[in-house]
Design a protein around this ligand. Structure first.
Ligand code: SUG
Length: 445
C-alpha cells in the first residue's frame, strides 16, 4: 500500500516563555529568565512548515494547549475565579505558576508514539499519547493531546487511540522523540526502533547519574504491545547514559532516522554494534551514517542540535535532505562536518537551515517540533479537522498569530491576568480556523 509521512508540527502557544523548567535540558536551564517572543517563536515555526511545503511535502499542524492550565491549579487545591487562582498560585510560589504557563506542547515529537497501519496487527494506525511524567510542566499534557488526536484522527475504522501509560516513573514515556521507524517505502511494513534511557525494573543496569532518564524500557515495551507490533521487527535499544548526562535528554537529540538511513552520533547508544547488526538484518539496504566523536565533540552536538534535524525524503529527489537548526551552521565543527557530509556522495544530499532560535532556547529544534504520522491516501482523506496546510490556511494562521501574540514576554508577565484572557480568546478563534471542535476546558465552562 502506498503511504506518505506527514509531519504534524506543534504551533507555538501565546505564552511561550523561559523559566528553566526542564532539568537535564541544558538549553532550558541556561536560558531561564530571558525575555521571550511568542510571536517570533510561532512565526519561526510556521516558516519551517512553509519550507517543507515548498519542498513538496504534506504538512500538518497541531494546536497549542490552553495556558494557563487552570485544571491543574484546581487539582492542586486552588479555587475561586481564574484571576484569583492565578494570583494565589503566583503568591504561593512563582515556579508553580510557571508550570501551568509553559508552551511545551509545541514539541509534538513528545505528544505521542504513532505506529502506521502497515506495522500493526489490526491494520489500523495506533496512537499512544505520552504521559511525560518526568517533568511536572509536561505531565499535564496528555489529556489535551488525547482530545486533539481523537478530534483529528477520528475515524474508528482506521485509527486506534490508547490511553497514556500509567502515570508513574516506571512507565515514563516521552513519545516519538524516542521512537524511530525505519524501512523501505513508507507504506511497507517497517522496523520500529524504541530507544530508552533506563530499565526501571532492574536498577543494576546502566543508567545516567546526573540527569534523569525520562524513557523506560518498560514504557517502550508496553507501547509495542498496545500497538500490536510484530516482535520480529521491533527493536529496543538503550541510549548511552553518558549521553543523557551530557544533556541528551531525548534520543532525537543524538540520532535521526528515515526509511533505510540512520544518522547518529558514535556515542548515542550503549551497544551500537548490536543495534547496527540488527538493523542491517531487518532493513533492506540499511545505511548507517555515523558521526565520530573525534570529528565533533558531544558538547557541540548538544549545543548545535545537529541530530534534531528532520531527515526527510523530498518527492522527486533521490537523496535525502536535512532540515537543520541555524545553530548547526553557526557551530564551526558541525558546519564543517555537514559540508563534508553533503559533498561525500552519501544518502544525505542537502541541508536547509532554519531559524528556530526561540524554540531552540528551550531545547526544542526542528525535529522536536514535529510528530511524524505515516498515512495512506485513504487514511489521509479520513482526517476530521482542517489541519493539513495549504497556502490559504497558512496565511490565515500567520494573520491569527500577528493579531493575537505578544511581541515579548518576561517571566514576570506570566501572572498577568490579561495574558489568560488574550490566550483563551486566541485559542477559541483557532479552533474555528482549524474546524477542530471543542478541545479546551475553557470552551466547556
Ligand atoms: O521537554 N523543553 C522541552 C523540550 C522538548 C524537546 N523535544 C524533543 N527533543 N523531542 C523538554 O525539555 C522547556 C520548557 C521551559 O523551561 O519552560 C521544555 O519543556
Amino acid at each position: 500500500m502506498s503511504a506518505k509521512e506527514i509531519n504534524f508540527d506543534g504551533l507555538v502557544g501565546p505564552t511561550h516563555n523561559y523559566t528553566g523548567l526542564s532539568w537535564g535540558n541544558i538549553a532550558s536551564t541556561s536560558h531561564a529568565g530571558l525575555r521571550s517572543s511568542p510571536r517570533k517563536a510561532a512565526l519561526q515555526g510556521l516558516e519551517k512548515m512553509r519550507t517543507l511545503m515548498r519542498l513538496g511535502l504534506t504538512q500538518g499542524i497541531l494546536p497549542p494547549h490552553e495556558r494557563p492550565h487552570l485544571a491543574t491549579l484546581t487539582r492542586l487545591g486552588f479555587s475561586g475565579t481564574p484571576q484569583g487562582m492565578i494570583k494565589a498560585a503566583w503568591k504561593a510560589a512563582p515556579p508553580l505558576l510557571n508550570t501551568i504557563m509553559s508552551a511545551s506542547p509545541m514539541w509534538t515529537a513528545n505528544a505521542a508514539t504513532v505506529s502506521p497501519s502497515a506495522d500493526t496487527s489490526d491494520g489500523k494506525v495506533h496512537f499512544t499519547p505520552a504521559n511525560l511524567v518526568a517533568m511536572a510542566h509536561r505531565a499535564t499534557e496528555a489529556p489535551t493531546t488525547s482530545r486533539v488526536l481523537k478530534a483529528i484522527f477520528a475515524d474508528p475504522t482506521r485509527f486506534v487511540h490508547h490511553d497514556p501509560l500509567p502515570g508513574h516513573s516506571q512507565f515514563g514515556d516521552e513519545g516519538a522523540a524516542n521512537h524511530t521507524r525505519l524501512g523501505g517505502d513508507y507504506g511497507d511494513p517497517g522496523v520500529e526502533l524504541f530507544v530508552y534511557g533506563r530499565e526501571a525494573l532492574d536498577p543494576s543496569k546502566p543508567a545516567p547519574t546526573q540527569y534523569p532518564a525520562r524513557q523506560t524500557l518498560e514504557a517502550s515495551q508496553a507501547i509495542a504491545r498496545l500497538h500490536g507490533l510484530r516482535a520480529s521487527s521491533t527493536i529496543f535499544a538503550q541510549q548511552h547514559p553518558d549521553a543523557i548526562d551530557a544533556g541528551v535528554f531525548h534520543n532525537d537529540v543524538i540520532a535521526v532516522g528515515n526509511r533505510n538511513v540512520l544518522f547518529f552520533y558514535e556515542a548515542a547508544f550503549l551497544d551500537s554494534g548490536a543495534l547496527l547488526e540488527e538493523l542491517s538484518n531487518l532493513v533492506e539496504a540499511f545505511t548507517p551514517v555515523k558521526l565520530a566523536a573525534q570529528d565533533v565533540p558531544i558538547e557541540d552536538v548538544v549545543k548545535s542540535y545537529l541530530f534534531n534535524s528532520q531527515l526527510i525524503s523530498v518527492p522527486g529527489e533521490e537523496k535525502m535532505c536535512l532540515i537543520a537548526p541555524g545553530e548547526a551552521k553557526s557551530t564551526p565543527s558541525v558546519a564543517a562536518y555537514l559540508d563534508d557530509l553533503v559533498a561525500s556522495g552519501g544518502p544525505i544530499g542537502d541541508v536547509h537551515y532554519m531559524d528556530l532560535r526561540e524554540s531552540m532556547q528551550n531545547g526544542g529544534g526542528p525535529a522536536c517540533l514535529r510528530l511524524r504520522v505515516v498515512l495512506t491516501e485513504q487514511e489521509e482523506s479520513a482526517l476530521g479537522a482542517r489541519v493539513l496546510l495549504d497556502d490559504l490556511l497558512t496565511d490565515e494562521i500567520e494573520a491569527w498569530i500577528k493579531t493575537h501574540y505578544r511581541e515579548t514576554l518576561e517571566p514576570d508577565d506570566l501572572h498577568d491576568p490579561a495574558l489568560m484572557t488574550e490566550s483563551y480568546a486566541a485559542l477559541d478563534e483557532l479552533t474555528q480556523i482549524l474546524q477542530i471542535g471543542t478541545i479546551y476546558d475553557f470552551q466547556k465552562a
